[in-house]
Design a protein around this ligand. Structure first.
Ligand code: AHM
Ligand code: MG
Length: 335
């Protein structure tokens, strides 16, 4: 790999040399990356920046918002609304879509994000992140409605996340593999640190919130029981468990060394398909995982094929090393 390729140079080459992305999409990603740098800065300040703790409000899903949830949301909106690359945005922290104000030029893209994923980890200094997904606004009508956003994940034109951990790492796909960039704070830029990310097809590591075990469906219980049985069980090998409770950090581990991540449907809220949101959590992560050679399903079907019916739709998630995801999906179809 060539040394010291900044994100800007990488994007210019994707646009100019390889013709993989249009100029407006390049600008969009540059702007999102700049916003992530600002969020990273706030996250790093922690108590010194008065950014910890709750904001005293709730989002549309009835979850308590943290100060940093709101700060990150505002940073992303302010950074993206004026550049002329977007038609509208949608966020986990906003009830409805956000139209680019009339005073700014309108672009052809739709941006969705979870501004700060892993909120429960903010105050305890554990990795958190920003997840984003980019769609094209459907042609043929002026203005933007929520319906324009309701496209299957397979329609995404770019997706990524930025994890704020010991390092700040931006991970991106345009549908031609996955690349990782590490924030060089002295230089002030993201620098390419890994290309052609690949997830091993087999793994001995799983991630799931075990405290929900009594609420799971039989196929998930069967899979985890078999992992826990180790060498003495039907899998003939010992498994290790990791659960960071930040999807960004759990997925980052899987992209780095493999593994399987699950947030399945459970009996606590039987009418909801799961905890995670399809459009700005599961879709971008599923695409990244597939682009790295992994798989992502809701236990039955490919997540990227699900046609959303509402903006904040939830979904059951099984993603990561291909052979494990296929096994878990098979357990569901057999059941
Ligand atoms: P958030 O977007 O409000 O932070 O919620 C999503 C997070 C995921 O990052 C993580 O996988 C999950 O919630 C953790 O949930 P749990 O509290 O069950 O561990
Ligand atoms: Mg989230």
């Amino acid at each position: 790999m060539k040394k010291n390729i900044t994100l800007s140079r990488y994007l210019v080459e994707q646009q100019r040399v390889d013709g993989l992305i249009p100029a407006q999409l390049r600008l969009l990603i540059e702007v999102v990356a700049r916003a992530c740098k600002r969020i990273s800065h706030s996250v790093n300040k922690g108590a010194l920046g008065d950014v910890l703790g709750t904001a005293g409000s709730e989002n549309v899903q009835g979850e308590v918002q943290k100060k940093l949830d709101i700060i990150a949301n505002e940073v992303l909106i302010e950074a993206n609304e004026w550049g002329g690359h977007l038609a509208a945005m949608a966020s986990e922290e906003m009830d409805s879509i956000y139209l680019v104000p009339n005073r700014y030029p309108q672009g052809e893209y739709l941006l969705m994000f979870d501004p700060l994923d892993g909120s429960s980890n903010i105050d305890v200094n554990v990795s958190i992140g920003t997840i984003f997904s980019v769609l094209k606004k459907p042609e043929g009508h002026p203005g933007v409605t929520e319906d324009d956003f309701l496209q299957a994940g397979a329609q995404q034109v770019a997706a990524g996340y930025c994890v704020y951990g010991p390092q700040t790492t931006l991970v991106l796909t345009f549908g031609d593999g996955v690349a990782m960039f590490t924030l060089d704070r002295e230089q002030g830029s993201f620098v390419l640190t890994q290309e052609n990310v690949r997830i091993p097809e087999d793994t001995k590591e799983f991630a799931i919130n075990m405290s929900n075990m009594r609420h799971w469906d039989a196929p998930v219980k069967r899979y985890v029981d078999e992992c826990l049985a180790g060498v003495e069980g039907p899998r003939n090998k010992d498994f290790n468990m990791r659960w960071i409770a930040s999807m960004v950090a759990d997925v980052h581990r899987i992209l780095t060394r493999g593994g399987v991540f699950m947030y399945p449907w459970d009996k606590r809220e039987p009418n909801k398909p799961g905890k995670l949101r399809l459009m700005y959590e599961a879709n971008p992560m599923s695409w990244l995982v597939e682009q790295a050679g992994g798989a992502a399903t809701n236990g039955r079907e490919r997540i990227l094929d699900i046609k959303p019916t509402k903006l904040h739709e939830r979904v059951s998630v099984v993603l990561g090393s291909k052979n494990e995801v296929e096994r878990i999906t098979r357990y569901h179809t057999e059941a």
